[in-house]
Design a protein around this ligand. Structure first.
Ligand code: C2E
Ligand code: CA
Ligand code: CA
Length: 642
């Protein structure tokens, strides 16, 4: 806000700016006074007085030039004001002295002439000094009081009248000066107010109000300049896109005040690390962008330096934040892109950094990732999937497949419902390719409801067979506040027996908000629904929360099962999970069982329920029915040794 005036400084500036004019007036008036009084007053006195007056004027002019040259700051202005006051006092004294030493004894015409000049000088001072009332009042008092004194000492009635008139004039000037001063101050204040308002509007257009960082618009302006400069000078710069990990969680659980303060604290911490020529802006939410011009000339060195710098920023963010009594531990993800590598616009660069940032998130967060061209393809691919999913719902392109589950005697005990997308161009697409995207875009809520409905219809259709149908429920779906209501409605609509429905949730769903999970599980359990924890062993905490959760089954993750025969660690993990589950009274299902030897190995460790290609791939519902459930309900797996 450097351009906004400071009222005090401006007052002093007005006083100084009047010096040349007043010096000229003093020079003319004092010279004329000397000439007119030459015949009636001692020439030595006139010359000495004139010399003193010229000298003071010269000194004030020199002082004025010094003031102009140094353009003083508000901090120095007090000193300059005092110096102006001293100069004014000296000048007032000189004009007062004129009335005392140049006053011709008995020549009324010259006396009146002297009074006229002194009064004129005083009136002039009101116009030049009114910005600073003290100086003005001191000057006119010092200049006019001696003449009042001299006239009253004459003893004649004309003398008294002149003394009275001069005194009256002095009072009038004092009143005028104070009023003028008020007007000047008013004008200055108005100008100040307008400048503040203008500056605020300017700031708001270019800066983020919360963190005081530049905003998107200003960032783009700077990036555009920097892009042009780097092309001219052939050096590389870098754009980084930084996003705080899980910020929404902090905001939701601790409130917006804490969230806002965290954003400011992060901004300050980042700002503290940057150089003057770097730019950091906040784009909104918890997204920051950083522009570092001239990070190197060669690609290799620039890349290495950008990487180091990003890691430094990540470390900086990882330090604790103390916000309103909360000790917050946060991490961030950074996307990096260098410029000018191809003909890219500022928008392209930001898009690239953004894409790379998403990649960093996908790779586990708390990391930095460079933009690579194939990321753009991946981003486009994601977009097309997202669009396709909306159409898939509308065009009824989804189908539920069912993968049978068997017990150790080869008896069919249930099936897991697995989603398939019959894409009009690409054929059958497996959920691995679209569930995460559906989850991130939010459309999982609609897809999930469709899955639940289809699975419940299957439960109804299979009501004679006492099979349990497992349905995968994604974290976002499970956390939806209306989830329990939705499930109830689907059960009502389809008439499915809740005791035949099992919901599979993952560890990450559970640990995200364990208290809420427990409440929700209990509500659904009260309806008769059972639960399994999917992909068990891939999450973090296990035992501590497992004890508290009302779940029924643990599904050992395929990654452990796969290597059970070759990897001693995995074998030990599987064994531990089975023992623990037994201890807690939970069922265990092993999935991804492919060769028979794997089944035997699992069996020997105490696992009695299986799912995998060894028995069957996921099947369309009619095939599941015809293969396993027709006639007299042949439920024993045909491929098993008798
Ligand atoms: P998941 O819940 O772990 O499902 C098991 C996955 O393992 C299935 O893959 C299944 O086809 C595959 N599988 C089964 N037996 C074997 C085997 O012996 N060997 C190997 N290599 N794989 C086997 P799928 O159908 O591609 O599903 C992938 C994931 O997508 C599922 O993993 C699940 O997390 C998710 N998913 C599937 N359907 C749905 C759904 O309706 N809703 C939600 N939210 N997620 C779903
Ligand atoms: Ca599953
Ligand atoms: Ca699984």
């Amino acid at each position: 806000m450097g351009s906004i005036i400071d009222i005090k400084t401006e007052q002093v500036r007005l006083v100084y700016s009047a010096i040349p004019l007043s010096a000229l007036a003093i020079f003319i008036n004092s010279t004329l006074l000397g000439i007119v009084l030459w015949t009636v007053t001692s020439s030595e006195i006139i010359l000495s007085w004139l010399a003193a007056t010229y000298l003071l004027s010269a000194l004030r002019l020199w002082h004025y030039r010094k003031f102009k040259a140094c353009n003083p700051s508000p901090a120095d202005i007090g000193r300059w004001r005092n110096q102006a006051l001293i100069a004014t006092v000296l000048s007032g004294l000189l004009w007062g002295t004129a009335s005392l030493v140049l006053f011709p004894g008995d020549d009324i015409a010259h006396q009146v002439f002297l009074a006229f000049v002194v009064a004129g000088m005083s009136a002039g001072a009101v116009t030049t000094l009114s910005a600073y009332t003290t100086a003005c009042l001191v000057f006119i008092s010092l200049a006019l009081l001696p003449i009042v004194l001299r006239f009253s000492l004459l003893g004649s009635s004309l003398g008294y009248t002149m003394a009275f008139m001069s005194a009256l004039f002095l009072v009038m000037l004092m009143i005028t000066s104070t009023r003028l001063n008020r007007t000047i101050l008013g004008a200055l204040e108005m100008r100040y107010g307008r400048q503040v308002a203008e500056a605020t509007v300017r700031r708001q257009a270019l800066y983020d109000t919360l963190t005081d960082l530049p905003n998107r618009r200003m960032f783009f302006d700077r990036l555009k300049q920097e892009l042009a400069r780097s092309q001219r000078h052939k050096h590389l710069g870098v754009v980084m896109f930084l996003d705080i990990d899980h910020f929404k969680k902090i905001n939701d659980s601790l409130g917006h005040l804490v969230g806002d303060e965290l954003l400011v604290a992060v901004a300050d911490r980042l700002k503290g690390r940057l150089r003057d020529e770097d730019v950091i802006a906040r784009l909104g939410g918890d997204e920051y962008v950083i522009l570092v011009p001239e990070i190197g000339d060669a690609l290799e060195g620039a890349t290495r330096r950008a990487q180091l710098f990003a890691e430094e920023l990540l470390t900086l963010i990882r330090g604790h934040f103390d916000i309103r009594g909360h000790n917050l531990h946060v991490t961030a993800s950074i996307g990096i892109t260098l410029f000018p590598l191809q003909q890219k616009t500022p928008e392209d660069l930001l898009q690239q950094a953004d894409t790379a940032m998403y990649q960093a998130k996908r790779e586990g967060r708390n990391s930095a990732c460079f933009f690579l061209p194939n990321m753009q393809e991946a981003a486009n691919h994601r977009l097309s999937i997202e669009k396709g999913l909306h159409q898939a719902l509308a065009r009824d392109e989804f189908e539920l497949y069912y993968q049978p589950q068997f017990d150790s005697h080869g008896v069919l005990i249930g099936a897991e419902a697995l989603l398939r997308w019959h894409h009009p161009e690409r054929g059958t697409v497996s959920p691995g390719e679209f569930i995460t995207i559906a989850e991130e875009s939010g459309i999982i809520l609609e897809i999930g409801e469709w899955v639940l409905r289809a699975a419940c219809r299957a439960v109804s259709a299979l009501s004679l067979h006492h099979l349990t149908i497992s349905v995968n429920v994604s974290p976002r779906q499970f956390k939806d506040p209306n989830f329990v209501e939705r499930v109830k409605r689907v059960l009502d609509d389809t008439g499915a027996d809740p005791r035949r429905l099992r919901i599979e949730i993952t560890e990450s769903t559970v640990i995200d908000n364990i208290e809420q999970t427990i409440v929700r599980l209990q509500q659904l359990k009260a309806l008769g629904i059972s639960f399994s924890i999917d992909d068990f062993g891939t999450g973090y905490s296990s035992l501590a929360y497992l004890k508290r959760l009302p779940v029924d089954v643990i599904k050992i993750d395929q990654s452990f099962v796969r290597d059970i025969e070759t990897d001693a660690n995995d074998a030990a993990i599987v064994e531990t999970i089975i023992v623990m589950a037994k201890h807690l009274g939970l069922g265990v299902v092993a999935e991804g069982v492919e060769p028979e030897s794997m089944r035997s190995s699992l069996l020997s460790k105490g696992c009695h329920q299986f799912q995998g290609y060894l028995f069957s791939r996921p099947l369309p519902f009619p095939i599941l029915q015809s293969q396993y459930l027709t006639g007299q309900a042949r439920q024993v797996d045909p491929k098993l040794p008798a």
